[in-house]
Design a binder for this molecule. Structure first.
Ligand code: HEM
Length: 354
């Protein structure tokens, strides 16, 4: 009897130490990526303590009216970070110096409302705290809230980015944003250049669990010949939505739950119902297939890897400290001081009148 008690106590101790041990490794595995020099988890803790609640509360209202705006804001942050770093350059209008990043082909399908939402958030934040928070920081926070408020993970965003004073050329924009026609070999190579590994690539692609696409982004898989890797019924339905190769229509990217940030995108890929070649080929290529399968089976795993990759993405080539500037209006660089001053003056007059 006594020996049974001793041995079961021992077993219990053994099991709990195993659990402790495995928990240690789980939390190690969940450890967040390092913060780059100049950014910090607590950057505005004393100078603008209400920053995150201003952004979140406003976006709760925006998404209540139109949940699709969440996808637009998430994609905007991605397009900002991949081209010239997360410096808000995608927000800038063109100038006499030439056309902007904004007018490069991949950016033409960014939602017009997304730019307005970011500047509205910027105005609310600056009214509360003064001009101390950059448009690029606001875009990073908006993307996080887009994920969380549609059902995805909540995560911390390191802050302190400064806004760039120049935008990229249209060619540089094209060079940095991969086309949806790309296969996994291209995708892995292009993202490895930005220090993303295959797990990051598959996790980031999971952002396609929300939002829409224009037909022209994938109709090369339908016309003239149907991509043999695509499910037949899915292809027929897409043909109904996109009757010609250059139809202006749009379709949902995740047919199972288009407005919810979950792991159903991977279930779509497993069912051969992924929209782009860049999506579906992740399930064909042996280097990424198992990652797709594991994310499809385990949403928590996907969320952990997604958060990790987003925090990495949000720190790509950031400007910090004395670099760049804090824009007074997200679409105009301060260099054009007269214009910025006029804009600010107008905003103050308007705010006082309201
Ligand atoms: C790296 C490979 C990627 C490719 C090739 C790609 C391509 C595209 C394309 C072609 C569209 C549809 C545009 C349209 O026709 O309207 C789209 C939409 C979208 N993408 Fe990606 N994307 C990639 C990665 C990402 C990443 C990393 C994110 C975010 C972390 C993201 C978030 C989104 C979202 C949320 C939408 C829906 C936008 C909306 O509804 O307005 N994508 N993507």
């Amino acid at each position: 009897m006594a020996s049974t008690t001793v041995s079961s106590t021992f077993e219990l101790l053994f099991i709990s130490s195993l659990l402790l041990f495995s928990q240690f490794f789980v939390s190690e595995a969940q450890g967040l990526p390092p913060v780059v020099k100049g950014l910090s988890w607590t950057f505005f803790q004393s100078s603008c303590p209400k920053l995150e609640s201003i952004v979140r509360k406003r976006l709760e209202r925006v998404f209540k009216d139109d949940v699709g705006q969440a996808a637009g804001l998430l994609r905007l942050h991605f397009h900002d970070c991949f081209v010239q770093g997360c410096d808000g350059s995608v927000l800038l209008d063109g100038s006499a110096g030439g056309p902007s990043e904004k007018t490069a082909i991949p950016n033409l399908t960014l939602r017009k409302e997304s730019f307005k939402i970011i500047d509205d958030l910027r105005e609310r934040v600056h009214k509360e705290c003064g001009r101390i928070v950059s448009c690029s920081d606001i875009t990073a926070l908006a993307a996080r809230d887009a994920v969380f408020l549609t059902g995805g993970p909540n995560y911390v965003v390191p802050l302190g980015r400064r806004d760039g004073q120049n935008f990229a050329t249209e060619q540089a924009t094209l060079d940095n944003l991969v086309a949806p026609t790309a296969n996994t070999t291209t995708l892995l190579a292009r993202l490895a250049a930005k220090d993303f590994d295959p797990t990051d690539v598959v996790a980031l692609s999971g952002a396609h669990t929300i939002g829409i696409s224009h037909c022209t982004s994938f109709t090369e898989r339908l016309y003239p010949n149907q991509d043999s890797t695509m499910d037949k019924t899915f292809a027929n339905n897409l043909k109904t939505s996109c009757p010609t190769a250059n139809s202006n229509n749009t379709v949902n990217m995740d047919i199972l739950s288009p407005n919810v940030f979950d792991n159903k995108y991977y279930v779509d890929l497993i069912n051969r119902k992924g929209l782009f070649t860049s999506d579906q080929d992740l399930f064909t290529d042996r280097r990424t297939k198992n990652i797709v399968t594991s994310f499809g089976a385990n949403q928590t795993l996907f969320f952990n890897k997604f958060v990790n990759a987003m925090i990495k993405m949000g720190q790509l080539n950031v400007l910090t400290g004395g670099q760049g500037e804090i824009r007074a209006k997200c679409s105009v660089r301060n260099k054009d001081k007269l214009l910025a001053a006029v804009v600010e003056g107008l905003e103050k007059t308007l705010a006082a009148a309201l």
